[in-house]
Design a binder for this molecule. Structure first.
Ligand SMILES: Cc1cc2nc3c(=O)[nH]c(=O)nc-3n(C[C@H](O)[C@H](O)[C@H](O)COP(=O)(O)OP(=O)(O)OC[C@H]3O[C@@H](n4cnc5c(N)ncnc54)[C@H](O)[C@@H]3O)c2cc1C
Ligand code: FES
Length: 512
């Protein structure tokens, strides 16, 4: 198990099922897709379906990124609200956005059927449940905007278990879906002749005269006509898209529940951050109920245990039959500043395409990505090109834009209040801290096996100060979402290079 797989340890998905070698020679294909999450695999699938030869490269196991951490609600409802989308991007964009997500969910339905993928895909209703802390006008407004846009939705006045304090109102969105993301799509791709390579970290993407050369850390390369960077956070871009989205961590628990206690549907409430709930069938008389929420900006809290406890408390209050907690995990989503993901041509590139800006609806976003990118590559245009364009300018809600991007400044201030280097002696296994050593900013942690690691605290993307995440045992960068293992390995983009290793003071070396 490599360090990247260890990071995926606590999940409810087995990401080791798809056998894929690492790239061991130089190869050529029509397209190379970097990243084997839902986005990369969806794009690869649509390209292969159009007769293209495709190679998929992933720096970890196949499907072991954020897709292995999802809860997989497939929703046409927009968690940032259509009302907000209309105010920022206009009605036509909102209408096209809805059409694209509806088409993506239908496509997922078709593919799982066509490829016999056993993933428990099921169409269900989605209920947006009014929490007592929020006004009815939230639902009134969204109802009105959805109706104006032609989005199926209705006012629902029957309480669900997630209502409290006498509230009964929800908006019901029909035709949503849920599934258990498995490795079925990867296997379907392999059957169709696509080549999948794991443990092949892409370090550079270079546009030559008539081809793109993608080089992995072992030195091998793939030459292709086009490259699709589906690394969740694009590793080919320094700035362009990263300043238009902000990373958030979200938490999930799963627990047993007797069958029939809760109707099979998607539920989420009107709080901010909101709770989200769905069922996963286990047997005829038992289901798993999956409850998520307690989000915060990445790197700005290190209290995962409290957040799990809060989720459990919230769930037990509403579902008294809840059994033992079987799984707990967290993950990161990237919130685009104008509520729509980034899917299409990488800014100023002809043959490089990206998928990012997943937000809490990234499974849907990843599924959406397949068609427009395959269309752009094979026909030169897509009906959804403009709304998802990675090069678009962000016009309105500039206040939020600035506040998201102020993080780097706060971040550097924090470094100056860090402890002195001597304090690393006191670190227990699993603990990490930021310390000062003369002019150096040091990220110090002791891994679970007791080994002390000292690295530069400067993220190798653009230099923000990383923060220790004791729950996931990694360093999180609050600026654009990079994550690093205790040994400094980059786990999540946009960073690709490891944190710089620092020399341990002589007495530390002697002690180890
Ligand atoms: C807890 C949680 C709950 C969620 N719930 C929902 C939900 O209910 N509904 C929904 O729609 N969305 C949900 N999301 C969001 C959704 O799961 C993600 O947005 C989506 O899975 C992201 O897919 P992706 O393919 O973009 O990225 P990933 O799955 O992260 O895939 C990117 C891949 O790129 C690889 N990679 C990175 N850098 C390199 C490199 N340099 N070289 C080679 N490979 C590289 C990574 O190893 C990874 O496998 C949730 C997310 C979380 C964390
Ligand atoms: S992710 Fe951009 S500076 Fe760290």
């Amino acid at each position: 198990m490599n360090v990247r797989d260890e990071y995926t340890r606590s999940l409810w998905m087995d990401v080791s099922v798809v056998e894929a070698p690492s790239l061991s020679g130089s190869e050529r294909a029509d397209e190379v897709v970097v990243g084997s999450g839902i986005a990369g695999l969806s794009v690869a699938y649509e390209l292969v379906s159009r007769g293209r030869s495709v190679i998929v490269l992933d720096r970890g196991s196949i499907g072991s990124g954020m897709t292995a951490r999802t809860t997989a609600h497939l929703a046409t409802a927009l968690d940032d609200y259509y009302k907000e989308l209309v105010s920022v991007r206009g009605e036509e964009c909102a209408r096209l956005y809805y059409q694209s997500v509806m088409a993506a969910i239908s496509r997922a339905d078709v593919i799982q059927d066509l490829e016999n993928i056993e993933c428990d895909f099921c169409r269900v209703d989605g209920f947006w449940v009014q929490a007592p802390e929020t006004p009815s006008s939230l639902l009134d407004d969204e109802l009105e905007f959805c109706q104006r846009l032609g989005i199926p939705v209705e006012n629902h006045e029957t309480a669900t278990p997630f209502h409290s304090d006498g509230m009964v109102r929800s908006l019901r969105f029909p035709g949503q879906a849920r599934f258990h993301p498995t490795t079925g799509l990867a296997s379907a791709l392999q059957r169709a002749g696509a080549k999948l390579y794991a443990d092949s970290c892409v370090e550079s993407i270079e546009q030559k005269l008539d081809e793109v050369v993608v080089k992995v850390s072992s030195g091998h390369e793939v030459r292709a006509i086009d490259v699709v960077v589906a690394t969740n956070s694009p590793v080919n871009l320094e700035v362009a898209v990263h300043t238009k989205q902000a990373p958030y961590r979200t938490y999930v628990i799963a627990a047993n529940l007797p069958g029939g206690v809760l109707a099979d549907a998607l539920y989420w409430d009107t709080l901010d951050p909101y709770h989200y709930v769905r069922l996963q069938p286990l047997s005829t008389d038992e289901v798993l109920v999956i409850v998520g929420g307690e989000d915060h900006k990445s790197g700005e809290a290190d209290d995962g245990e409290q957040r799990f406890a809060a989720l459990e408390h919230w769930a037990r209050e509403r579902l008294p039959d809840l059994g033992a907690i079987t799984h707990r995990w967290s993950g990161q989503v990237l919130e685009p500043i104008d509520f729509v993901g980034f899917i299409g041509r990488s800014p100023d590139e002809e043959h490089v395409f990206i998928v990012s800006g997943d937000s809490g609806q990234g499974i849907t976003n990843g599924l959406v990505a397949g068609s427009p990118i395959a269309d752009l590559i094979t026909t030169g245009s897509s009906a959804w090109e403009e709304i998802y364009s990675p090069a678009r300018k962000v016009h309105k809600n500039i206040g939020e834009y600035i506040s998201e991007n102020i993080t780097p400044l706060k971040n550097f201030a924090e470094y100056f209040s860090a402890d002195e280097i001597a304090s690393v002696e006191r670190l227990q296994p699993g603990e990490g801290c930021l310390v000062r050593s003369e002019l150096q900013k040091v990220a110090a942690c002791r891994d679970q096996k007791g080994q002390l690691h000292l690295h530069s605290a400067s993220c190798t993307h653009l230099g923000c100060v990383v923060h220790w995440n004791s729950l996931e045992q990694c360093w999180d960068c609050p600026c654009h979402g990079s994550q690093f293992a205790p040994d400094g390995t980059a786990l999540n983009g946009p960073a690709v290079s490891p944190l710089a290793e620092l020399e341990k003071p002589a007495h530390h070396q002697a002690a180890e």
